[in-house]
Design a protein around this ligand. Structure first.
Ligand code: SAH
Ligand code: SF4
Ligand code: F3S
Length: 438
């Protein structure tokens, strides 16, 4: 008798894709698929793709090209494309890539088992609907016997903001919030299976409206779960940071002092052209209110340089905003024109100018990151240990401020929250020593 069918999923892009990949593996698990670690071993390979920048989308086609020899060697191998490229390009993928058997958009994952059956019978299958039903209501209860110390939980999907550069409203559809009771029961199940930290996910997570009181209320309800030690959430939009959520940062101990609040640019002219619907001054005022509630909060952001029409003085305004805020770390990207978005119609900034600005911006952000990490040296912080470190006898975890921390210690500490004195700042992590319990 043939053994179970083997599934390999590769995730690109954001954490919501990581979460979706887990849910897809679980849905196919109910159909007898077991997950394996490489495409070479698999009977089905799913690429869970990202469309946010041109490079991300191109990577998918080059990875598909690399799967061709596997399919030649094993004609029974089924290849699927899921995620945001699947949504954006749909039929085009089937046309361009004859080796692809299945294309499934982000809102249709609950239909994957039926599609896998059709594909096993030799058909090619495509589903890029935005179905009226919610995929989460139709995906199996999360069956994993155990989960790691940190888990993702999607609470909100989609986006109605239509920033001029962004594909997400087209690939993920309109904003939808999952109901509070579903989220709380999934969180309880994750904690029973070993999760100690939960990161709530959404393309606009703080626009969550699946219950009274918004995300601030949800955070307070989650904090009541025994055994759950830490709560984080990402990604937030500045215009959805309401007073209830800001207050939670000051009052809920389990809510970590860390906030990713993308601003994209510090120039009002560019913010307007991006349709971000706030000014630099409004963002700085918001940061002030958040810091009043939680003075030590570590802030991070995303930046786009070289948005169409960006002048040197617009760019300088971005550098000024970064100086004014002082970020713990940040992601920065060169603007990438995306088909179908309003900004793609505009004249781009010359590539060498954009490159040079990105370089200056990243230099400033690295200086801030280094200074922030160095400010941790000598402090005693909570660290939730997640896994063995790279060196023997070492374990690795995250501090309250989300820095990776390496410590000499027993692997048995995995999944526990310990006090650690930070002794050194390295380029992308901290080193520390366990503080003996009093
Ligand atoms: N919902 C989040 C962003 C999700 S996309 C928010 O509103 O902040 C993640 C990041 O990718 C964005 O914050 C932006 O900095 C970047 N990004 C999105 N579209 C881009 C594009 N066309 N070119 C370059 N960077 C882009
Ligand atoms: Fe994209 Fe803007 Fe929505 Fe974020 S808020 S996902 S950048 S459209
Ligand atoms: Fe990419 Fe889609 Fe996430 S475009 S960033 S995978 S929502």
């Amino acid at each position: 008798m043939a053994g179970p069918k083997k599934l390999f999923i590769k995730s690109y892009g954001c954490q919501m894709n990581v979460y979706d990949s887990e849910r897809m593996a679980e849905a196919l698990g109910a159909e007898g698929y077991v997950s394996v670690g490489t495409a070479e071993e698999a009977d089905m390979v799913l690429l869970n793709t990202c469309h946010i920048r041109e490079k991300a989308a191109e990577k998918v086609y080059s990875d598909l090209g690399r799967l061709r020899p596997l399919k030649v060697a094993n004609p029974g191998l089924k290849i699927g494309v899921a995620g945001c490229v699947a949504q954006a390009e749909g039929e085009e993928i089937l046309r361009r890539m004859p080796l692809v058997d299945l294309v499934v958009g982000p809102q249709s994952y609950h239909r994957l088992p039926a599609m896998a059956k059709a594909v096993a019978g030799g058909a090619r299958a495509i589903d890029t609907d935005f179905p009226a039903e919610d995929k989460f209501d139709h995906l199996p209860e999360r069956p994993a016997p155990s989960v790691g110390p940190t888990a993702f939980l999607t609470v909100q999907e989609g986006c109605d903001k239509f920033c001029a550069f962004c594909v997400v409203p087209y690939t993920r559809g309109a904003e939808v919030s999952r109901p509070a009771d579903r989220i709380l029961s999934e969180a309880r199940a994750l904690v029973e299976k070993g999760a100690r930290e939960i990161t709530l996910l959404g393309q606009n997570v703080n626009a969550w409206h699946g219950g009274d009181g918004g995300l601030g209320r949800l955070v307070r309800d989650l904090a009541q779960i025994d055994g759950l030690l830490r709560i984080r959430y990402t990604t937030s939009h500045p215009n959805d940071m309401d007073d209830g959520l800001i207050a939670a940062h000051g009052e809920v101990d389990k809510l970590m002092p860390y906030l990713h609040l993308p601003v994209q640019s510090g120039s009002d002219r560019i913010l307007k052209a991006m349709a971000r619907k706030h000014t630099a001054a409004q963002y700085l005022d918001l940061i002030g209110r958040i810091r009043a509630a939680r003075p030590d909060i570590l802030l991070t952001s995303d930046f786009i340089v070289g948005f169409p029409g960006e002048t040197e003085s617009d760019f300088q305004a971005t550098l000024d905003l970064i100086e004014a805020v002082g970020y713990g770390t940040a992601f920065s990207f060169k603007y990438s024109a995306r088909p179908g978005t309003p900004a793609a119609e505009k004249t781009p900034v010359a590539a060498d100018v954009a490159d040079e600005r990105l370089h200056r911006l990243q230099a400033l952000l690295s200086r801030q990151q280094k200074a922030m990490q160095e400010s941790m040296v000598g402090r005693e912080l909570g660290v939730l240990f997640e896994k063995p470190g790279r060196m023997p006898g070492q374990i690795t975890g995250k501090s309250d401020y989300n820095h990776a921390v390496h410590v000499l210690g027993d692997a048995a500490l995995t999944g526990t929250l310990q006090r650690v004195r930070i002794t050194r700042s390295d380029p992308n992590s901290l080193a520390g020593e366990l503080v003996p319990a009093p």
